[in-house]
Design a protein around this ligand. Structure first.
Ligand code: G3H
Ligand code: ZN
Length: 280
């Protein structure tokens, strides 16, 4: 299977973006793969620490293996926003393909040291693991925000610091704070992407960002976009509706079928928006 690093370089060069979608259930993982297969592209399935604990690290890896066999497309499993070296190592031990070690809350030097420890550990285990670091302050979480979230100038990723971070760590990917907020915010986000070009750039918090801004971000060099809230909302809204309409039904696999389909449709739309069609 082609390495994620190569795919990200290709995406940056050709101005399209890979999609990263979060999952906390096997049904979600399947919906992500069905969508990617239909669009004809590679895909990254992400599990945050909470999502990974819910699924189980080893189980997530086994499901990925089963999905690879079934769909025959490049599927990568990413430990998303893992906030400690220990958590990142646990994901590496379980067999994840990719780690997002998010130590952005720590001072710069501690962030660099932690990322380097994870990279060293990953390289010792298996050379192909892709490692993402994060610099800047990304506010919010993956839900519909009830209050306005103000972004401060100091939240933004500083270009020079980012270049230094990449040089000191050698990360494969860098998550940047460029006006994005996790979740669907009350204000329309305005992105400002004038960031380093010597690393694959990752745009987190892709939900609720208008299509034109997503396209501009990809044009500016974003090679990977994370989406969680938009697909959570699609799934849960449809599930609520179906349960309301079928109060006597108790078979969960029947109740959540249309919710999974709704999630898949959103993913297909995003992948097409990212220009990822026919990029297997
Ligand atoms: O890492 C996950 C993503 O950044 C999800 O953000 O919920 O705003 O789509 P989102
Ligand atoms: Zn994120």
């Amino acid at each position: 299977m082609i390495a994620l690093k190569e795919i990200l370089l290709q995406a940056t060069r050709e101005h399209w973006s890979t999609g990263h979608f979060n999952a906390s259930e096997s049904d979600h993982m399947r919906a992500i793969c069905e969508a990617a297969k239909e669009v004809g592209t590679i895909v990254i399935i992400g599990t945050s620490e909470g999502e990974a604990k819910h699924l189980g690290y080893d189980i997530a890896v086994s499901i990925r293996d089963g999905l690879r066999k079934e769909f025959q497309i490049p599927i990568f499993l990413n430990a998303d926003h893992h906030k400690s070296v220990e958590a990142a190592k646990a994901a590496i031990d379980a067999g994840y393909d990719s780690i997002h070690i998010d130590l952005s809350a720590l001072p710069f030097e501690e962030n660099v040291a932690g990322v380097n420890e994870v990279i060293e550990y990953a390289r010792r285990k298996e050379s192909g693991i892709s490692v993402e670091g994060e610099l800047g302050y990304l506010r919010g979480d993956s839900k519909i925000q009830k209050e306005k979230i103000a972004i401060k100038p100091e939240d933004y990723t500083d270009s020079d610091k980012a270049a230094e971070f990449v040089k000191l760590t050698g990360v494969d990917r860098l998550a940047i704070a460029v006006g994005n907020i996790h979740g669907i915010s009350l204000d329309e986000p305005v992105l400002d992407i004038a960031r380093p070009k010597d690393v694959a750039l990752v745009l987190h918090a892709g939900s609720g960002i208008p299509d034109e801004q997503i396209k501009a971000a990809i044009e500016a060099g974003i090679a990977n976009i994370h989406i969680n809230t938009d697909i959570r909302v699609a799934f849960v809204s449809e599930l609520r509706k179906t349960i309301g309409e079928h109060l006597d039904e108790v078979a969960m696999y029947k109740l959540d079928a249309s919710a999974t389909k709704a999630m898949k449709e959103v993913i297909i739309g995003k992948l097409k928006l990212f220009g990822a069609s026919n990029k297997v």
